[in-house]
Design a protein around this ligand. Structure first.
Ligand code: NAD
Length: 321
């Protein structure tokens, strides 16, 4: 099978390419990326076809979709603050770009896997949150993810091709750099800890997150693409963990093995207090989906940071060149 990964030069995309190349069913992987936030060094060690273009280019998208068996659509303008500063360009890429890819999947009848986000739930107080709870987007990014996800599911029911829309929570792991615009608390903490700087905690540190190790997430995405998994409703892709920021800092301190200073700063406006997925739908759809323990994921991430931040040092790196 040939899989098209849009945004394949990004953090999750490059990890997914690495995972796909380890699967015997995969005959080839194509990356479509404009390198706006992605990095060539994330994929230059992997034997993937790289097409440098925007997902807004309808001709490129049609050509690449036509010769793939499934599309994992990760390309997006992933920053909430940027979407607040420039909602129109966020909408262009995240919404219009997605509809363009859906059009190609409809025309060539190809499976489509979509990266949606827990941001669609907004400031909800309910824990754990499930997909039937009301969405309440609180930023243009969240609104365009919800709209794109709705388009994907509407295309599936109208034009009858396999679609699955997964809502990612806080994904972390190798290849996520400290300056990454999305959910960067883990890489920021690790980078600070390894360089002897204090860990900056916004608020009192009691806020909690459902952290998902990227290695577990890309296994689910690879299985979904290869099996052409379809779901008529969105699916939370997380494992129902709840870790406070203080506990996270302590775990990193204990893995690194020396004491680390904490510096408390005012809470950031717009930050949600708690986030935790109900993943019953994921478990019903893909019972083989497995989490990695946070300690193991953190250890692999710290190792990757210590080993020089290269794709060569990914835990499951497949050296194909
Ligand atoms: P990332 O910024 O590392 O990857 C996004 C990739 O898309 C980059 O390589 C970028 O260059 C590419 N891209 C952006 N605009 C493009 C365009 N117009 N044409 C072609 N390529 C384009 O971010 P990531 O964390 O790997 O996120 C991947 C997906 O997962 C995104 O859709 C994001 O919204 C979603 N997501 C991520 C998280 C998380 O915790 N990282 C959580 C929820 C959802």
């Amino acid at each position: 099978m040939r899989i098209l990964v849009t945004g394949g030069a990004g953090f999750i995309g490059a990890n997914l390419c690495n995972e796909l190349l380890s699967r015997p069913e995969v005959g080839g992987v194509t990356v479509l990326d404009d390198f706006s936030t992605g990095n060539a060094s994330n994929i230059d060690f992997l034997r993937v076809e790289v097409v440098k273009d925007t997902i807004l280019s309808r001709d490129t998208v049609a050509e690449l979709v036509s010769r793939s068996d499934a599309v994992v659509h990760l390309a997006a303008q992933p920053s909430v603050p940027l979407s607040i500063m420039d909602p129109v360009s966020s909408h262009e890429v995240n919404m219009n770009g997605t509809v363009g890819i859906l059009e190609a999947c409809r025309n060539f009848h190809k499976a489509f896997i979509f990266a949606s986000s827990s941001a669609v739930y907004g400031q909800t107080q309910k824990l754990p949150i499930n997909e039937d709870d009301a969405a309440a987007p609180a930023s243009p990014y969240a609104a365009n993810k919800l709209a794109a996800e709705s388009y994907a599911l509407a295309y599936a029911s109208t034009y009858h091709f396999p679609v699955a829309a997964f809502r990612f929570f806080n994904v972390y792991g190798p290849l996520q750099t400290p300056d990454h615009p999305y959910a960067a608390v883990i890489p920021s903490f690790i980078d600070a800890a390894l360089h002897g700087r204090p860990l900056v905690i916004y608020g009192d540190g009691s806020q909690s997150r459902d952290f998902t190790y990227v290695g577990s997430l890309v296994k689910v995405l690879a299985d979904a693409a290869l099996k052409k998994v379809a779901s008529p409703s969105p699916v939370n892709l997380a494992f129902g963990n709840r870790t406070t920021i203080i506990d996270l800092a302590k775990k990193i301190e204990s893995i690194i093995g020396r004491s680390i200073d904490l510096q408390f700063s005012g809470p950031r406006p717009g930050d949600v207090q708690n986030s935790q997925a109900d993943n019953s739908r994921l478990r019903a759809l893909m019972p083989e989906a497995r989490d990695s323990a946070l300690d193991d994921g953190l250890r692999a991430t710290i190792d990757w940071f210590s080993l020089g931040n290269s794709v060569r040092s990914l835990p499951t790196a497949v050296a194909r060149v």
